[in-house]
Design a protein around this ligand. Structure first.
Ligand code: CAA
Length: 240
């Protein structure tokens, strides 16, 4: 039986590319999504990948959603915490609401996604956790105090999980995408986006599939010795 992979935010953007890459690699994939029913229905029609609706910011909803995935498809061995949002504003204009929305989804959302599957991974002595962080968690970004805090936090989560999971056959790793051609980046004002592209030595935005390729590497059974690492995929924009 193929391993079951759960991808949060898995029906659009980078998450959709990850879901498809994992399906093509032979995994049984469940793609979570939060709100866009139409995009999710189209995604399932195009790919045959089942979608599941819940808000990763809500622990009880995550627990119930994951229980449904496991009832339908079997125990989740691979979890890709990809769901994320931006609420960009310079710090002096950032509202507490913008702060909390991003923290709840991008940071607490990782806890809510991994915690319900963690005991099962420990029991079965196998697990793969991949958290999609960001270049902006590594370097910070003007207008993203909230987002950068969550993405830096993601790195702390995986480095800790890597230590806790190792003796149970569980690995936890992070990927830090740079600027990828998704709706999220296209929402950045054009002038700002152009100035960002000018800082990317590769001279272009990344493609979602270029991040999905990193995920497929990390979740493989024979990637067991890669644990607690961060893969940067940013076209050379920033070196750690
Ligand atoms: N560095 C220095 N100064 C900057 C700046 C920068 N990067 N960006 C803007 N400024 C300046 C402006 O020129 C302006 O200066 P003046 O007042 O002297 O004209 C000042 O800062 C702020 O301008 P505003 O008060 O008008 O700011 P705003 O309310 O319009 O907000 C912003 C600006 C929302 C931060 C906008 O610049 C923006 O969206 N920036 C992009 C942030 C970004 O990169 N987001 C990434 C989204 S994609 C993603 O998150 C995926 C991923 O993981 C990579």
């Amino acid at each position: 039986m193929s391993r079951v992979a759960l991808v949060t935010g898995g029906s659009r953007g980078i998450g959709a590319a990850i879901s498809v890459a994992l399906k093509n690699a032979g995994y049984t994939v469940a793609a979570n999504y939060a709100g866009n029913d139409e995009a999710a229905a189209n995604f399932t029609a195009e790919t045959g990948i089942k979608t599941y609706k819940w808000n990763v910011a809500d622990y009880e909803a995550s627990k119930a959603g994951i229980a449904q995935v496991e009832a339908d498809l079997g125990p989740v061995d691979i979890v890709v915490a990809n769901a994320g949002i931006t609420r960009d504003a310079p710090f002096h204009k950032m509202t507490p609401e913008q702060w909390h929305q991003v923290i709840d989804t991008n940071l607490t959302g990782v806890f809510n996604t991994v915690h319900p599957v963690w005991s099962g991974m420990r029991d079965r002595k196998f697990g793969r956790v991949v958290v999609i962080s960001s270049i902006n968690g590594q370097k910070g970004q003007f207008g993203q105090v909230n987002y950068a805090a969550t993405k830096a936090g993601d790195l702390g989560i995986v480095k800790s999980l890597a230590q806790e999971g190792a003796r149970f056959g569980i690995t936890a790793n992070a990927i830090c995408p740079g600027y990828i051609a998704t709706e999220m980046v296209m929402a950045v004002p054009e002038k700002v986006r152009e100035s960002i592209i000018a800082q990317i030595p590769t001279g272009r935005l990344g493609e979602p599939e270029e991040i999905a390729r990193c995920v497929a590497f990390l979740v493989a059974d024979d990637a067991a010795f890669v644990n607690g690492s961060t893969i940067s995929a940013n076209g050379g924009q920033f070196f750690v």
